[in-house]
Design a protein around this ligand. Structure first.
Ligand code: ADP
Ligand code: MG
Length: 238
């Protein structure tokens, strides 16, 4: 079943068209990676899906529902950014609980959901600490926890690992993939890193200057790139 459908999606800033008619169908539970060079429109596309950016043309359908006019909180999505601003004066528990307090959930429900998220992310023993006392990887997990507790239909990740060092990036890559397996949620993951795309994706969407160059599995793109751009960006060296 389709969880996310983009139809002829467009975005202009002033006279400049940045997203030039993007079509995409993401199935429930799929891990889709948007990859492409810096400035090609990955973040803009994600922000449009999240409702943080107006749409200039086309449609966004999430779970069968047209969401173009819905505010971000009503779209059933949660977004994790590269710069995960945690509240330094709050405990890990309160940082993760924050979106639920905004939603006005009961204390019992909050405890239950934060507990479940902490378990999945192996943060159970850290809940009373302040973010400043955690490692970079643990802090990123708190940011992901804040997304998990909202129980979104779709997770949107915008280069969530690019601030981490290489070793931690590899570790978090594995953790995110295992998280995807555990939750079974649909994930849309943006990166400019070919290795991340190749290792994490069920389906890769190669973007270039606001258009999709090719959509396919990592193996398809590697062995059968449609054009020189895809070949140069991802394809097999031969
Ligand atoms: P990526 O995430 O792939 O690096 P972005 O989506 O951030 O790319 O940006 C795509 C293009 O849109 C860039 O040329 C950027 O300068 C432009 N852009 C992004 N946001 C705005 C904005 N608010 N106003 C004008 N131009 C923007
Ligand atoms: Mg970006």
């Amino acid at each position: 079943m389709s969880q996310l459908v983009l139809s002829d999606l467009r975005k202009s800033f002033g006279d400049l068209e940045i997203i030039k008619g993007v079509n995409l169908d993401v199935s429930e539970g799929e891990f889709v990676v948007f990859v492409g060079p810096s400035g090609c429109g990955k973040s803009t596309l994600l922000r449009m899906i999240a409702g943080l950016e107006d749409v200039s043309g086309g449609e966004i359908v999430i779970g069968g529902k047209q969401v173009k006019d819905l505010p971000p909180v009503k779209r059933g999505i949660a977004m994790v950014f590269q710069s995960y601003a945690l509240y330094p004066h709050m405990s890990v528990f309160e940082n993760i609980a924050f979106p639920l307090r905004v939603e006005g959930l009961s204390e019992d429900k909050i405890k239950e959901r934060v507990g479940a998220a902490a378990k999945v992310l192996q943060l159970e023993s850290r809940l009373q600490q302040r973010p400043g006392t955690l490692s970079g990887g643990q802090r990123q997990r708190v940011a992901i926890g804040r997304a998990i507790v909202r129980q979104p239909k779709i997770f949107l990740f915008d280069e969530p690992l690019s601030n981490l060092d290489a070793a931690l990036r590899t570790e978090m890559r594995v953790e995110l993939m295992s998280l995807h397996q555990k939750l079974g949620s649909t994930m849309v993951y943006v990166t400019h890193d070919q290795v991340e795309a190749m290792t994490m994706a069920d389906k890769i969407v190669v973007l270039n200057a606001g258009t999709i160059e090719q959509i396919g599995s990592p193996l398809e793109l590697y062995h059968k790139p449609d054009n020189i751009f895809v070949a140069g960006f991802i394809g097999s060296p031969k």
